[in-house]
Design a protein around this ligand. Structure first.
Ligand SMILES: [Cu+2]
Length: 455
């Protein structure tokens, strides 16, 4: 559901007199569009200005603009928001225009844009336009290039977009807190010539992470590395949208990293090329095929591939990042038979469970009681049972019959006959193990006696 509300309602009329834009300017602010849903909102074709193919933001949306005297005017409102991380869990975050991440800003190379930023947070902020070429004074670094945007104030940023590419925006004010709370968004500059770098589908998301104690809803903002929720656009699997495409289409996925660590993003199925970084487009001669590309902190990558029919997992390859909140202090129980101990413990703690001695997959199948507002560590169900994944995981779903512009989840893939792994039903022969190599007399000093089996 999209609400439209004016600046007057958003920030309160009493704040206007003290705002950093003039009264005339403030009265002329474009309305701030607020989004309260975490569902993907398909962006419409641009209503005016140069044509481009809109980005599909995972579990997100693009910010409408107002064209005024040939300038695209956007209005961001920095504010506390509630974001559904996945069904069953909501988080109290800070973001823009009702959501975290904020809306994607889309414009075209050569556009002059004016972005009004209203601060409805309880503390000062600023916005840095990560990767965008602009005058130093528009760069958004509090103290260095501008005073902070005070509580209730509105700032105006204005610049001409010089190069197309994949960029981001985020605060450069109390940023440890403000990024830990979810303040970020994508900034896409489309090429002036729509035929240049053309793809059939263009997706985008930001890697982010939170430390939210199971049972609570507000991130701990002082966490340096030990985050427990690894998310794409502040969503965890199975709450992350699939990447839907038609067989043979050229697909681009743009990824930015605003967490505190690197993420090797790995896609099953077709190989991809990295065609863009946060510095722009990679020349064709400098691309090489990949199935995993590592994103360092602050980096952006655009991946492109030709879609092949199937359900292809796409995920961060750090295995802890495809898990939801978990206790990392749990001891490894593989190979430990602790059923006898468990019986004794159950007399004291009736809910005590034996788990982990044959690995942890059984936890994916278990319906364990959890605190309210918490996601299971491994969750999500596929056509063959529990997927046993959470966090930074989604699926590239490619089908022969997806219509152009259709991004709806097509359901599970129907594998052509003879292309599906299955159980071998006939009798299995005895496993033959290679015999251990004979000890080399020159290096071994101890020989076990042989021929004494009768003892
Ligand atoms: Cu990761």
């Amino acid at each position: 559901m999209t609400h439209r509300r004016t600046f007057f309602k958003a920030a309160g009329a009493t704040l206007l007199g003290a705002a950093s834009v003039s009264r005339v300017g403030a009265a002329a602010l474009p309305e701030a569009v607020i989004q309260t849903s975490a569902a993907m909102q398909l962006p419409p074709a641009p209503p005016n200005g140069r044509p481009y193919q809109p980005l599909v933001t995972l579990n997100g949306w693009s910010l409408p603009w107002r064209m005024k005297d040939n300038v695209k005017e956007f209005h961001l409102v920095a504010e506390p928001v509630v974001r559904e991380i996945a069904p069953g869990m909501k988080a109290n975050l800070w973001g823009y225009n009702g959501q975290s991440p904020g809306p994607t800003i889309e414009a075209v190379e050569g556009d002059r844009i004016r972005i009004f930023v209203t601060n409805s947070l309880p503390e000062v902020t600023s916005v840095h336009w990560h990767g965008v070429l602009l005058p130093s004074g528009m760069d958004g670094v509090t103290g260095l290039t501008q005073p902070p945007i005070g509580v209730g104030k509105t700032f105006m940023y204005e610049f001409v977009l010089q190069r197309s590419g994949t960029f981001m925006y985020h605060p450069h004010a109390d940023e440890m807190v403000q990024m830990a709370m979810g303040m970020m968004g994508l900034f896409i500059v489309h090429p002036k010539d729509p035929k240049q770098f053309k793809v059939d589908r263009d997706f985008g998301f930001i890697l982010n992470a939170y430390d939210i104690e199971p049972g609570s809803a507000t991130p701990r903002v002082n966490t340096m590395l030990d985050f427990n929720l690894w998310t794409w656009n502040s969503r965890a699997f199975p709450g992350i949208d699939p990447f839907v495409a038609r067989t043979g289409e050229r697909v681009r996925i743009r990824v930015g990293n605003l967490t505190m660590t690197n993420h090797p993003i790995h896609m099953h199925g077709p190989h991809f090329d990295v065609t863009g970084t946060d510095g722009g487009w990679v020349p064709r001669s400098a691309r090489w095929p990949e199935v995993t590309t590592d994103l360092a902190v602050g980096q952006m990558r655009a991946l492109e591939f030709d879609a092949v029919a199937g359900d292809w997992a796409i995920h961060c390859h750090k295995s802890h990042h495809t898990m939801n909140a978990m206790g990392h202090g749990v001891p490894t129980m593989i190979g430990v038979d602790h059923r006898d101990v468990a019986k004794k413990i159950t007399r004291l703690i009736p809910d005590y469970m034996v788990m982990g001695e044959r690995g942890m997959h059984e936890m994916a199948e278990m319906e364990m009681p959890l605190p309210d507002n918490t996601l299971p560590m491994m969750t999500g169900t596929g056509p063959f049972g529990p997927v046993g994944m959470g966090g930074m995981f989604s699926v590239v779903k490619v089908r022969d019959d997806v219509r152009r512009g259709d991004f709806k989840d097509p359901g599970p893939y129907r594998h052509p006959a003879g292309t599906l792994a299955s159980e071998y039903a006939a009798a299995t022969p005895e496993v033959v193990r290679a015999s251990a190599p004979q000890a080399d007399a020159s290096t071994s000093q101890v020989r076990k006696p042989t021929g004494h089996e009768g003892h």
